[in-house]
Structure formats: structure tokens, C-alpha cells
Ligand binder design. Structure first.
Ligand code: SF4
Length: 372
């Protein structure tokens, strides 16, 4: 029996047909779901997808929305560049007259790769295309005991060829979903369920007794370390100064606390001498970010202190309890810590001595670890 026939039989019993992503036919909703579920845990991604589609139900509403409004709906999801590209692409498609109607058209859309284009083409347009997400790559690499590293150009080309060779003549939509479901729930990265796997009699890695060796990986580069020094500037009204992050760069398009380098003169010296109030570690795709936060009270009524925080040309005072802009997850955590503190007044809120070390935030909160 072929791999497709076995997986379709498995799908009829174990497939996740209840998922809204499986039941969807609307290309716009499929596109949004594909983007939001990338690198994101399924339950979280589905929650974001639901909120996103409720706020921006079609291409027109998304194209007309501001970048801040779009990022605010996605705040906390991570990998914010994909949200920016989705929004930019929506504006471009709207200007061009609407959504593509086939695989080739979707491939032209900025930010849409071959797998996303294929997933939309199979599900919305009924086309015969190959989907090859990370779960399916792992399954194919094991099933064929592929000795080329999966992330190499040769390995990737081989995986596309193998995946294409398995396409069935019928039930392509179910088969595509079966591959994704099987990779996500059975042929797992660390503990694949080989003992009760319907493919075990045909799986080359299993037959070799070498499942753990597949997929073959290229040696990993050591992760870089980076320190980010931020200022939490607050005023008498309890508002916090936030400013948009520049593009390109970390958290581009989202709103964040200003960098400490914006403090000048005597103030800069005081801040440099003071230990940070909070220290967090935040895991990005290829970097470990060490975030230090110092706190500063800005007196608006003092003639020497204008209504704007003078340290930056962009930005505004924001109520941290009612944010209307998108902020990255670690900044949201810092603001939550801040709200638990009584607002102390003074030119410089003194940093706590002997506070928690790197990797742990004040007040016993452990720092998050989330991808960009
Ligand atoms: S036998 Fe194990 S490694 Fe092979 S496809 Fe099944 S779960 Fe994956």
C-alpha cells in the first residue's frame, strides 16, 4: 500500500478535521491562518487567527487598517516581520485588484513561499500542489532515511521531489491535511510514535533502527548574545513613553520603550551608574537578547521638562492599562511588572539593589523566551 493510501486511512480515524484551518475554503482566511500559524504553537496561532479574522474579515479591511492596528491585534505572537509583510502584501493586492486565483499568482505575493502558496492553492482552488512544511519535511526525511541535511539546497530539493512523488490521484486536500496532522501528532520531533505507527513497515529510518539520526542536520551556529538597554519613562498621569521600533531590526513596526542611549549628560551618567530595575532574557531566532530596564520619572509640569519626553523625536505617552499599539511580548511583561508597582515619584526611581539576575525579572517573574 502506498504512503498516501496509508495516511488517508489514518486521517479518516485520527485526522484533525475539526480544526477551522481544515474546514476553511476562503483563500484570504487560509492565507492569514498560514501566516499566523508559522513558528507558533497551534492553540495560540488559532486564537490569534480567530481574533485577526474577526477584526479584519477580508482583504479590504486589512488593507485599509493602520500598521499599528494590525500589530496591536497580533501583539505577543512573535516573529512580527511576518505580520508586517502580510499587511504590506494585503495593501499591494488590494491596489492590484484582489487576491490571486491560483498557485502561480500566490507565489508572486511578497512573503508567500512555495508551501504557503501550495496550501492555499490546494485548499481554496483545488489545485494539485505539494505542501512541504517542517513537519512534512521531517516525515519525508525519516520515511526515506534521507542522508542529505534537510536544510541544505540538495536536501531541500530531494525532499520536494520525494513529496511530489507521493501525491495521490484523489483526495489531495485530505492527503495534504493528513501529512500535516501526522507530522504534528505522530512523527514527532523528539518522541515519534513508531511503535504504533501505520508507516513503520515502510519507514526506512525505523527499519534501520536509526530514527533519531533523521532528519540529518547541518551543525548549528552558536547563538549570539546581545544586550538591549531600555528606559521606562513615566509621568504624573501614570503614562509611559513608547516609541515605534525602526525598520529593519528587532520588533520592527511595534512600539517599545526608548533606548537608554537617548538619555543625555548628567542623566545618562546617573542611569549608567544605577543597576537596572529589571533584567530579562529573550530568545530571538539567532540571538539571545539580554534586556535591562531602568526607570525614570519625567515631570511634565516642570518648565524644564516639556510635555514630550525629550529623549526621542517619535513616540507618545501611552496608558499601559489600555494600549492601542502593538508591543512585543517582553515589553508587555515589563509594563505588567510596572503596573504592579506603586508609582513612586522622584527624578530617578532608584534601581533595586541585589535584584534578580539575568534570566529572572523582578517580583519573581521569570523572563519569557519567545522567538522574534
Ligand atoms: S515509523 Fe516512526 S519515524 Fe517512521 S514515519 Fe512512523 S513515526 Fe515517523
Amino acid at each position: 500500500m502506498s504512503l498516501a493510501a496509508i495516511l488517508l486511512g489514518w486521517f479518516d480515524v485520527h485526522g484533525r478535521r475539526h480544526l477551522p484551518t481544515y474546514q476553511e475554503n476562503d483563500p484570504y482566511a487560509i492565507w492569514v491562518g498560514e501566516v499566523l500559524l508559522q513558528q507558533t504553537q497551534l492553540s495560540r496561532g488559532l486564537a490569534y487567527r480567530q481574533r485577526f479574522l474577526a477584526t479584519f474579515p477580508d482583504l479590504a479591511t486589512l488593507a485599509q487598517a493602520s500598521e499599528d492596528a494590525v500589530q496591536a491585534v497580533c501583539a505577543g505572537i512573535g516573529y512580527y516581520g511576518r505580520i508586517h509583510r502580510l499587511h504590506q502584501a494585503a495593501r499591494q493586492l488590494r491596489a492590484q485588484g484582489g487576491l490571486p486565483r491560483d498557485f502561480a499568482g500566490w507565489l508572486e505575493v511578497p512573503g508567500v513561499g512555495r508551501t504557503t502558496a501550495a496550501a492555499i492553492a490546494v485548499q481554496a482552488h483545488g489545485e494539485r500542489q505539494v505542501v512541504l512544511d517542517g513537519n512534512i519535511q521531517r516525515l519525508m526525511a525519516r520515511f526515506h532515511a534521507l542522508d542529505e541535511p534537510s536544510h541544505s539546497a540538495k536536501g531541500r530539493a530531494a525532499l520536494w521531489r520525494l513529496a511530489e512523488a507521493h501525491l495521490p490521484a484523489v483526495r489531495l486536500r485530505d492527503y495534504t491535511q493528513a501529512l500535516m496532522d501526522f507530522g504534528a501528532t505522530w512523527c514527532l520531533p523528539r518522541a515519534p510514535r513508531c511503535a504504533d505507527c501505520p508507516l513503520q513497515a515502510h519507514c526506512a529510518a525505523r527499519l534501520r533502527g536509526a530514527v533519531a539520526a533523521y532528519p540529518v542536520r547541518i551543525g548549528k551556529q552558536p547563538r549570539k548574545e546581545q544586550t538591549m538597554r531600555l528606559l521606562l519613562v513615566y509621568n504624573e498621569a501614570g503614562a509611559v513613553w513608547l516609541e515605534p521600533r525602526p525598520e529593519p531590526g528587532i520588533w520592527a513596526g511595534l512600539w517599545s520603550l526608548p533606548g537608554q542611549e537617548h538619555a543625555q549628560g548628567q542623566l545618562a551618567q546617573e542611569l549608567n551608574d544605577a543597576p537596572p530595575r529589571w533584567q530579562l532574557r529573550h530568545l530571538l531566532t539567532h540571538r539571545m537578547l539580554h534586556i535591562e530596564v531602568r526607570v525614570l520619572h519625567h515631570r511634565m509640569r516642570d518648565a524644564s521638562h516639556p510635555a514630550r519626553w525629550p529623549g526621542s523625536t517619535q513616540g507618545r505617552w501611552c496608558d499601559p492599562t489600555q494600549l492601542e499599539v502593538g508591543v512585543p511580548a517582553p515589553i508587555a511583561r515589563i509594563l505588567a511588572c510596572w503596573q504592579e508597582e506603586p508609582y513612586a515619584h522622584g527624578p530617578l526611581h532608584q534601581a533595586e539593589q541585589g535584584g534578580p539576575g539575568v534570566g529572572q525579572a523582578a517580583h519573581g517573574r521569570t523572563a519569557g523566551s519567545e522567538n522574534l
